[in-house]
Design a protein around this ligand. Structure first.
Ligand code: PHE
Length: 482
């Protein structure tokens, strides 16, 4: 099998100098029959865009509350095990599928095997559903950035301030609109490239800042107790549920099973190493999550005691303003923190919107502007019930979950595992891992973890994900509760 088996006919010679991050941006809309030609203008381009998609609210907002909910160090252990092995291998598979076919998820899966087209369609629906609730949280970040920038740090640290804000009707809706508008403008104008460049500078600053804050938090009374809770696993607590939660979080955090990495992979240069890029992204993303955990979990324990860990999605917002209030210059530090976090959130939301917009441009032949307007208005409308779920609709329960919980469940417990399962089955058993391996080897690139790739994609992935899908269906029908 040669590396070109799956590859589109276009060669690197068609690479336009300084091509935009996404080819379509310059009006060069890829069509089904004509794989996209332009690629990232530099090897770094892909890594930056993919890391920008991966690092976001998933690391700073979601990872700490998952860790707090699912057993601290026990969760961390399961998370590292899954993200750094299976997660990175699936990332390699998705990027290779994108690069080899030259297509976004729908056309890519169809090209692999017609019977798997629906996996591509399902993949594309994932970011369409995540985008609304992600934007609600993005709206909260925007609001906190604004409040800290305009001298409201002290008020934000008052007890109950967070709940008082999220339970309002119009305030959070307004911030949701602002966040979506910002994402939409960037996607419509196709200026991702500039953003990713900025990211190159701001992301490391953000990580260093998180680390500095984490160290500061450990000096607070109770901080070390929180640290112990986050780092030390209790293996007697390890259960199937820990691994399910870890898999859900690793998919979300690495932007897997959502079409994003397939789409970004389709713009990747043929001469760049997929394996190297996947490890860079995987390790960077995981490091960001760990550092966020080192900050948020000790902060919660220091401020609210160990019981504070049970509060779920509001963990970060209810805690950090207190940390900032307790430190000299905290108002400024807080302002910088929320602005940087907003930047991280926007590069993730851009990637979600971009996948959907690109598919609509491809398949429905819509213009970029029309596709962006329709998807972002749709995202806003679906975001409304989520934000109201923290206020006037807080009593609404769907299958026993609140509205955000339901959208989380639908995506990370039902759809993403299904897409992941479809991906490992098509790669491991239908087209065979050799085809993907050949695509990774393109242009003489190394694939050092090839054996691990085969074992994890062919055997571990199907077993893990079948278990997860089966469990989630049993949960959905109320047979079991976890
Ligand atoms: N990985 C992003 C984050 O951690 C979220 C995301 C999920 C982005 C799925 C794209 C697709 O914030």
């Amino acid at each position: 099998m040669t590396p070109s088996t799956l590859a589109p006919s276009t060669s690197d010679s068609s690479v336009q100098a300084n091509a935009g991050i996404l080819a379509t941006i310059d009006g060069d809309a890829p069509s089904e029959s004509r794989p996209r030609k332009s690629v990232f203008s530099s090897k770094l381009g892909f890594v930056l865009a993919a890391a920008g998609s991966a690092v976001g609210l998933g690391n700073v907002w979601r990872f700490p509350y998952f860790a707090a909910t699912y057993g601290g160090g026990t969760f961390l252990f399961a998370y590292l095990l899954i993200a750094l092995t299976f997660g990175i291998m699936l990332l390699i598979a998705e990027v290779a599928i994108g690069r080899a076919t030259g297509h976004g998820p729908v056309a890519a899966f169809r090209q692999l095997d017609r019977r798997f087209t629906s996996v591509g369609v399902l993949a594309m629906l994932v970011p369409a559903i995540i985008f609304p609730f992600y934007s609600v949280i993005g709206g909260w970040v925007t609001r906190y950035a604004f409040v800290f920038l305009t001298g409201g740090a002290a008020a934000a640290a008052e007890t109950g301030a967070f709940g008082a804000f999220t339970s309002q009707t119009w305030g959070p809706i307004g911030w949701l609109a602002v966040f979506i508008l910002a994402t939409a403008v960037l996607v419509a104008r196709g200026i991702n490239k500039g953003i990713e460049r900025i990211n190159l500078i701001t992301m490391p600053i953000f990580i260093v800042m998180l680390l500095g804050l984490a160290i500061y938090t450990l000096t607070l009374p109770g901080g070390t107790e929180g640290l112990r809770h986050f780092l030390l696993p209790d293996f007697s607590e390890l259960s199937a549920n820990t691994f399910i939660a870890a898999t859900r979080q690793s998919f979300f955090s690495l932007s897997l099973a959502s079409g994003v990495m397939v789409a970004y992979g389709s713009y990747m240069k043929k001469s760049a190493s997929i394996e190297k890029a996947a490890f860079q992204i995987g390790v960077f993303d995981t490091t960001a999550s760990i550092i966020a955990g080192l900050l948020v979990i000790p902060a919660v324990v220091a401020i609210m005691g160990i019981d504070g860990l049970g509060q779920g999605a509001g963990l970060l917002f209810a805690t950090l303003p207190h940390v900032f209030a307790s430190m000299p210059g905290g108002a400024i530090v807080g302002a910088i923190f929320f602005v940087l976090m907003l930047g991280a959130a926007v590069t993730s939301s851009i990637s979600m919107l971009e996948v959907v917009v690109n598919s609509l441009m491809d398949r429905a032949k819509w213009s970029r502007l029309k596709a962006t307007v329709v998807t972002s208005v749709g995202g806003f409308l679906f975001g409304l019930p989520v934000t109201l779920g923290f206020g006037v609709w807080s009593n609404v329960r769907l299958g026993g979950r609140d509205i955000l919980g339901m959208m989380n469940f639908l995506t990370d417990t039902v759809m993403m595992p299904l897409v992941g399962l479809g991906t490992v089955l098509v790669v491991g058993w239908v087209i065979g891992p050799q085809r993907i391996i050949a695509a990774v080897h393109q242009d003489g690139q190394l694939f050092r973890t090839e054996k691990m790739f085969v074992v994890l994609i062919k055997w571990v992935g199907p077993a893990l994900l079948t278990g997860l899908v089966a469990t989630s269906f049993l949960m959905a029908f109320g047979v079991i509760t976890l």
